[in-house]
Structure formats: structure tokens, C-alpha cells
Write a protein that binds this ligand. Structure first.
Ligand code: GDP
Length: 445
């Protein structure tokens, strides 16, 4: 159960000045409602109320709504007070509610109570924050699906299947004389294999969910003067990066957020990757490498003459990072060869200057950012991906242990896998984790 005190805050949509409500939650709500209205409110009924200060002076008139426990957002008694939307008046109303027995809520405290009272699981609670912070339509829709439980249900289905498998494995250990036979049962190996497939699918969709929530992190790399800054500007349609013909101009990492038809791209133009004696530029190159480690996609910008030689830069990329090679400046010499198919790399021909090929690039980026990923796409966070990766590692160990008939080891890995899965939805949590999650919410949510 959550704390038993009563909390209050002004809740308003971000950026929506003038629209706001005072939200109150906790056991004192019926008494506070009675004091404000002069009588007990009807549940879920909009009452026209005249709000007075402690000394009887008029604060505002507006609407009062009471949602009795447990049928409310937090699962506690909840009161919502709507006034004329003036920040000053809302503040007076909030103070009045605090005099009547509430205290100011901490950021995310309403949603934290909803979680503690079992109204939402942890992944759904995080979706509330992601919905509020969504920067794209695709991101908002995905967050709403997670809030509705689309992601949690997938995790729960995996958990159920895992628990069923654990029952078998634990039973085998409990009957040591039959353990070997039990563990050698091909049904157990098949069950684990099915779990691993289910998990792999979920991991792909969860990674896409992170991209929908955070945007696709794109790092632009290439030798100096390849046209990286020009490309960033062309995509961002501004003059954010300084474009000059002198090699080594982009010394720091420049960032730009670009919205492409409902998806967000976080673009980072990095210093040209090259050995340099210049201290400042060397720092830029160091940061470029850091940027690469965090990227979802690397755009390697090159030009016809250097296109083959520049492929060595691919070897400097962290393993598992997707890369797209852009052969730039195709406006210069239409006859110059731009073919790269023999190298087996994805590549596009573009001109950052004339815009040729950029529509194709935008389409590619949108697809990689998760746009049009279907009705079922849900939002997710890096924390969830990390947890699923842990589960994956434990499944792998468990498979090895099962193959070696090491029942105890397999059982332990499956137990830890269950723990990691439970951390996503919050069946296992720590105060630190809850503090980190709810502390990043805005007040009133
Ligand atoms: P960076 O060092 O990789 O960031 O390269 P810049 O974007 O600063 O570009 C270097 C030079 O190449 C500048 O003079 C640009 O105007 C020029 N440039 C960039 N893209 C193109 C292109 O598509 N066509 C042509 N002709 N020139 C380009």
C-alpha cells in the first residue's frame, strides 16, 4: 500500500499555459471535498463549486469531481478541481487544499501510488511519462499502447511460459534419482527453445519501442570534407553546422533533432575520424567515437573517389551498429562510379548540395526509426532492453547447462531470468529504481 497521507499538485499539460487542474489523492479527500463544496459530492459527478479561501474570501469558481477509492487513477480517493486556469488562482486553490489536510506531491507521486496500489505495472507507469514527453505522433501512439498494457502483456506471456518451464526443471532437481531422465526429456529443451524464440522477437520489438520513444540515434561519420555537415543541414533544413571547404571544421559533436513525418531522429555530426596532431580536433575525434558507441545507425558519408578507401572506417565501428554508406556529391560528376555492391554494404547515392537522393534517404531513416511499424508497436525504454538482454544471457546459459545435464545450474539461470523479467513490470523492484523512474516525472502526474 502507498502512504496514507494526502497529496496535492497542480497538473497541467506541458506547454499548455492556462489549462490546469488541482489534483488531490489520499484518505483526506472526502473531507476536503466536503469542506470545499459544503456537502458530500456525488461520485464521478461534475459539481459546480465556489472555492473560498480560509478567511472566506472568494478564490474562483469551477468544477469539482470526486473519484472514490478504489476506482480512480491512484486507487485512492481522488479529487479534481478545475478553475479558470489562472496559475495564480490554481496556486491559491492548491494552498487551500493543503490547509485542509493535503501536502504537496513529489514529482510522479500520483503515478507511483497507482503503481503501488496495483493500478498500473511499472512499464505502464513509465509509459505515462513517455506519453507526456512524446515528441512525435508515432511515439505518442506507441506510449499509449504500452500504457494500455501491450508491452506488459508480452512480458507477462514470457513470464508465464518461463514459470511453466521452471516447474519442470525444479521438479527434476527435487527427484535427484530421476534427474538425468527428466532433464534429458526433449520436451524441456523444446520449451526452452520456444522461450528463446519468443524472447528474441520481443527484444526486436522492444528495441524498436525505444527508438519510437527516444528517437533514432544517428551518427554521421566520414573523412573531413565528405559533406557531413552539409548533410546534417540538409536533413535539418537549417544552417546549424558550419559548412566550409577547410578540412577539420567540425570539432565538436553537433546535434540536431529532426522530425520526419511523425518520427524523431537524433542526428549527431561528428568530427572527421582521422589521426590529427591538433589537440582540440583530437578531442573531437574522441567524442566521435563515443557517439558511435551510442548510435542506432551510423551514416558513413563518402564520395565517389574515396568510396572504396573509406570503407575501412566501417572497421572502426562498434560491432552490431547498423551502418548505411552515403556516396555524396553525385552532382559533381554524374559519370563517376558510385557502385559499392561488391563490398556488400547498404549504400545510397546522394547530393547534400542539390538534395538528390535525400528523399530516398528520408524514407530509409523513417523506416529504421520505426515509422509504419504497424498497429502493434509499443513504446519501451533502454532499461527494458537491458533487462531482456540479461534474460537472453540467462537462457543461453540455461540451455548449455541443460545440455550438460547440470540441473541446478539451469534452474539458477532460469530463476535469475525470471527476476530480470519481473524487474520490467515491477514484480521485483528496489527503492532506487522506483526513485529513478518516478523522480523523472513532472509534478502532478
Ligand atoms: P564535412 O567536413 O564532412 O562536414 O563537410 P562539409 O559539409 O563542410 O562540406 C565540405 C565541402 O563539400 C563544402 O565546400 C561543401 O559545400 C561541399 N559539399 C558538401 N556536399 C556536397 C555535394 O553534395 N555536392 C557538392 N558539389 N559539394 C558538396
Amino acid at each position: 500500500m502507498a502512504d496514507t497521507d494526502t497529496i496535492a499538485a497542480i497538473a497541467s499539460a506541458p506547454g499548455a499555459a492556462g489549462i490546469g487542474v488541482v489534483r488531490v489523492s489520499g484518505p483526506h479527500v472526502p473531507a476536503i471535498a466536503q469542506a470545499l463544496l459544503g456537502r458530500a459530492p456525488q461520485p464521478r459527478h461534475a459539481h459546480l463549486a465556489v472555492f473560498h479561501d480560509d478567511d472566506g474570501s472568494l478564490i474562483d469558481h469551477g468544477l469539482l469531481l470526486h473519484f472514490p477509492a478504489p476506482h480512480s487513477y491512484t486507487g485512492e480517493h481522488v479529487l479534481e478541481l478545475q478553475g479558470h486556469g489562472s496559475a495564480v488562482l490554481l496556486d491559491l486553490l492548491l494552498r487551500r487544499v493543503c490547509v485542509l489536510g493535503a501536502r504537496l506531491a513529489r514529482p510522479g507521486e500520483f503515478t507511483e501510488r497507482a503503481f503501488l496500489n496495483g493500478k498500473l505495472d511499472l512499464a505502464q507507469a513509465e509509459a505515462v511519462a513517455d506519453l507526456i514527453a512524446a515528441r512525435s505522433e508515432a511515439g505518442a501512439r506507441a506510449a499509449l499502447r504500452s500504457l494500455d498494457g501491450a508491452f506488459s502483456q508480452r512480458v507477462q506471456a514470457l513470464l508465464d511460459a518461463l514459470v511453466a518451464l521452471r516447474v519442470h526443471v525444479e521438479a527434476a532437481i527435487d527427484f535427484p534419482e530421476e534427474e538425468i531422465d527428466f532433464l534429458a526429456d526433449p520436451a524441456i529443451a523444446r520449451q526452452l527453445q520456444a522461450l528463446r524464440t519468443q524472447l528474441a522477437d520481443l527484444l526486436v520489438e522492444t528495441r524498436r519501442g525505444v527508438r519510437l520513444t527516444d528517437g533514432l540515434k544517428v551518427a554521421i561519420v566520414g573523412r573531413p570534407n565528405a559533406g557531413k555537415s552539409s548533410l546534417l543541414n540538409a536533413l535539418a533544413q537549417s544552417e546549424r553546422a558550419i559548412v566550409t571547404p577547410i578540412a577539420g571544421t567540425t570539432r565538436d559533436v553537433l546535434r540536431e533533432t529532426v522530425s520526419l513525418d511523425g518520427v524523431v531522429l537524433e542526428l549527431a555530426d561528428t568530427a572527421g575520424l582521422r589521426d590529427t596532431q591538433d589537440e582540440v580536433e583530437r578531442e573531437g575525434v574522441r567524442r566521435a567515437r563515443g557517439e558511435l558507441a551510442r548510435a542506432d545507425l551510423v551514416l558513413l558519408v563518402t564520395e565517389a573517389a574515396h568510396r572504396v578507401a573509406d570503407l575501412h572506417l566501417l572497421a572502426e565501428l562498434p560491432a552490431n551498429v547498423a551502418c548505411l554508406v552515403l556516396v555524396n556529391k553525385i552532382d559533381l560528376d554524374a559519370a563517376a562510379p558510385t557502385e559499392l555492391s561488391h563490398a556488400g554494404v547498404d549504400h545510397l547515392r546522394i547530393s547534400a548540395r542539390t538534395g538528390a537522393g535525400l528523399d530516398g534517404l528520408r524514407t530509409e531513416l523513417r523506416a529504421r526509426a520505426g515509422a509504419g511499424s504497424g498497429e502493434g508497436a509499443f513504446s519501451a525504454r533502454r532499461r527494458h532492453v537491458l533487462a531482456l538482454e540479461h534474460v537472453q544471457a540467462h537462457f543461453e546459459h540455461a540451455a548449455g547447462a541443460l545440455a550438460a545435464s547440470a540441473g541446478e545450474l539451469a534452474a539458477e539461470d532460469l530463476r535469475q531470468a525470471q527476476h530480470a523479467l519481473g524487474e520490467i513490470t515491477g514484480s521485483y523492484t528496489s527503492d532506487d529504481l522506483l526513485g529513478a523512474i518516478f523522480g523523472s516525472f513532472c509534478i502532478g502526474k
